[in-house]
Ligand binder design. Structure first.
Ligand code: BGC
Length: 753
């Protein structure tokens, strides 16, 4: 609808109607105004399938009532492992089509909070510890959904990286970390995919509720990034309604039973709320309502079968091969296989909470392997239970012993990870670890297939030959697992997060989810691999890791120039060759390492681009990346802007965040205005600049008292040098006799000229 018409509509709305439009009618609907032709639209969870609750059943946001049967796609944890935004776009298109078929105007996803700790109960829904990957995956999904004229809703904005006390905790984060890590994913999705809506989170950010945080909802999201949709609250996230509206929160969800609407009306009447603020919120909401309503696709059909197939295809691209000693996988024809573990028959394929889908169908590995493999099956453990069932264990071990290969389907039970609470450890249930140990003791060819939403410890890793990480792979997970086990699909997933060796190794081990509400993000920008790599710490599996049934070789890394400035774009090209005898997909990862002599404390490398390529045996492709200033920038808290530090960076091509295959230097010159020197600038910092050399260097040479150092003198040359380096201008008198305040002013004027 044209802007003028929307304004016209708003002018015809009563104050009560306008206030009413800014909160839900019930749990899932926005209000409608029949006399003005404003239709009633519905939103629905999200994010990896439709959780549309039928009105007849009475809505409840905890998912206690059944939702309609739908297709459960791989959850965020798995989807991100595809490293394939185009695939996510296809998944988004299917979701958008399903929404049109079910008359859903907006689907509540993607959920894209940063995985600060592997403990966050909701990590299974989220994408990554890295904001670039999170934003690329989210952008794919959003573009796909919105191509069907249905709104997407990235959530939960902002810094909602734990479930503990999620409605009251304050994520206390410094400005640079917010910009480089926690805002960056959202920035990427807003700028590249232009989501129609956005959901603010429950928590506070540096003390201020996300739902009334003007800095993020208005200044950054809208004024800086150009977001032009409406912001809705997470369900029940509103603290004070009128301050929220003023801060940029347009829609409160779900309904407040009219109470908050009355608060808004009262605030306008008593002059504490400018009516234009309310009008603006209505304008944003109406634009999106009509964008959907005017583009309804009545012919859309929920394609259950096709979408189930697509869910399998997505998962086939997500499964990560973590270990494959002696090429045990894929399984060979004629092998007798013992399929063990309850999840072979009843896979865990999604997480609990608001994203829980009422799956129309579930394919287990047993279903998918029937008729394709000579196998026996034993459950081995009871799902949801920690203690070993001796009889089940014994039966599984016997089957393993009688087979050529054992494949154990293990992972985390629902009770171990969910929305609403965080984990406190990284263990799998004891009965599952015991099963793996016992089977591996009798069967040298043991494979473990994991179903979990977040990293687990693997005390048995050295005793098994192969491990597949299936994550929470959606309702078609068994089909995808079968395809990978049989070699019909070559695994190509890569870990979107680090698997640490121990919980104690994690960057925020000391400060994650404390008992109180103040959550200090003390690790700063050192989240995930940014921390482990910078500390040279061993991990179980690094970020970006994943094997294949084939091998790849890298060569010919080329940069478009050895030296650029920060207004240029650097083109990077590299060749990748499939050196094995099977078709396979490789994820080429480009990291940038900061200057070795840089003055900004930075991670040793950061992911700046990636591309997934599909290669036939023997085939070589040249992959190209374009890097702009952002790839070299950090957030400068003096100027409150992105800034490139002049220096020599290293462009690294890696198989993952740890294994760098090729590297090349590039010198990047900043064109930003140099920061002015002050009386507290040190001689060292000044002398590092050409102007400083010219002005201060000359002065020191001419007037510095020379000190003679002898072999046993108290002042070594190094010490003298060190002291000079660290000497602020105001103390220059100690080196230059008669250096007055007036000289200091003159020197500064000349330096800053
Ligand atoms: C969750 C959201 C979800 C909403 C509606 C909240 O508890 O945090 O992600 O969209 O409920 O179900």
């Amino acid at each position: 609808m044209e802007e003028a018409k929307i304004r016209e509509l708003i002018s015809q709305m009563t104050l009560e109607e306008k206030a009413g439009l800014c909160s839900g009618e019930d749990f899932w609907h926005l209000k409608h105004i029949d006399r003005l032709g404003i239709p009633r639209v519905q939103v629905s969870d999200g994010p990896h399938g439709l959780r549309k609750q039928d009105e007849s059943g009475g809505a409840d946001h905890l998912g206690l009532n059944e939702s309609i049967p739908a297709v459960c796609f791989p959850a965020g944890c798995a989807a991100a492992a595809s490293f394939d935004p185009e695939l996510l776009e296809q998944m988004g298109e299917a979701l958008g089509e399903e929404c049109q078929a079910e008359n859903i105007s907006t689907i509540l996803g993607p959920a894209m909070n940063i995985k600060r700790s592997p403990l966050c109960g909701r990590n299974f829904e989220y994408y990554s510890e890295d904001p670039l990957l999170a934003s690329a995956i989210a952008s794919g999904l959003v573009s796909g959904i919105q191509s069907k004229n249905v709104g997407a809703c990235p959530k939960h904005f902002l810094a909602n990286s734990q479930e503990t006390r999620r409605m009251s905790a304050s994520s206390n984060i410094d400005e640079r970390t917010l910009r480089e890590i926690y805002l960056r994913g959202f920035e990427g999705v807003v700028k590249s995919a232009r989501p129609w809506t956005m959901m603010c989170s429950y928590n506070r950010i540096n003390g201020v509720y996300a739902s009334e945080n003007r800095t993020y909802l208005t200044e950054i999201l809208r004024n800086e990034w150009g977001f032009d949709g409406y912001v809705m609250s997470d369900w029940g996230a509103v603290n004070e309604r009128v301050p929220g509206l003023k801060a940029g929160l347009d829609l409160e969800m779900p309904s407040s039973g009219g109470e908050r609407d009355r608060e808004i009306v009262k605030a306008v009447q008593n002059g504490t709320l400018d009516e234009t603020v309310l009008d603006e919120a209505c304008r944003r909401i109406l634009r999106i309502i009509f964008r959907y309503a005017e583009n309804r696709d009545e012919s859309a059909k929920f394609q259950y079968r096709d979408d189930h197939k697509l869910a399998q295809k997505v998962e086939e691209n997500c499964i990560v091969l973590l270990k494959n000693e002696g090429d045990l996988l894929p399984l060979q024809k004629g092998q007798k296989v013992a399929l063990l573990g309850t999840y072979a028959q009843k896979p865990r394929y999604q997480g609990g909470g608001s994203s829980h889908i009422h799956s129309w169908k579930v394919t287990s590995a047993l279903d998918a392997l029937r008729g394709k493999l000579d196998f026996t099956y034993a459950p081995g453990f009871v799902d949801g239970q920690d203690e070993t069932d001796a009889a089940l264990l014994q039966e599984a071990v016997s089957q393993a012993q009688a087979a050529d290969v054992a494949v154990i389907f293990a992972g985390l039970p629902d009770s171990f990870e969910s929305e609403g609470y965080d984990r406190t450890h990284l263990h799998m249930p004891a009965c599952q670890d015991a099963l793996i140990e016992a089977v591996a003791a009798v069967q040298p060819n043991t494979v473990v297939v994991l179903h979990n939403g977040a990293p687990v410890e693997m005390p048995w890793l050295s005793k098994v030959k192969a491990v597949l990480e299936a994550y929470l792979g959606g309702q078609a997970v068994g089909g995808a697992e079968a395809a990978v086990l049989l070699g019909d699909v070559n695994p190509s997933g890569r870990l979107p997060e680090t698997f640490p060796q121990r919980l104690e190794d994690t960057p925020c081990y000391l400060t994650f989810a404390p008992h109180g509400d103040e959550v200090d993000y003390r690790e700063g920008v050192f989240v995930g691999y940014r921390y482990y790599e910078s500390k040279h710490m061993p991990v179980l599996f690094p970020f970006g890791f994943g094997l294949s049934y084939t091998t790849f070789a890298y060569s010919d890394l080329k940069l478009s120039a050895p030296q650029i400035d920060d207004t240029d774009t650097l083109t990077v090209s590299v060749c990748v060759r499939n050196t094995g005898d099977r078709q396979g997909k490789e994820v080429v990862q480009l990291y940038v390492a900061p200057p070795k002599d840089g003055h900004v404390v930075r991670p040793v490398r950061e992911l700046r681009a990636f591309q997934k390529v599909d290669l036939a045996p023997g085939q070589t492709v040249e992959v190209q990346f374009a890097l702009d200033a952002r790839a070299f920038s950090y957030w400068d808290t003096d100027t409150h802007a992105w800034r490139v530090e002049t220096g020599t960076y290293t462009v690294e091509i890696g198989k993952n965040a740890h294994d760098i295959e090729l590297l090349a230097p590039v010198t990047v010159q900043s064109t930003a205005k140099p920061k002015p020197f002050s009386r507290n600038s040190t001689a060292g910092d000044i002398l590092r600049t050409p102007r400083g050399q010219e002005v201060l260097g000359a002065l020191l040479k001419a007037r510095m008292q020379s000190r003679v150092t002898t072999e046993d003198s108290a002042v070594s040359e190094q010490m003298q040098q060190g002291m000079l380096e660290a000497m602020p201008l105001r103390a220059m008198r100690m080196l230059v006799p008669d250096f007055s305040e007036k000289d200091l002013d003159a020197l500064l004027a000349s330096l800053n000229a």
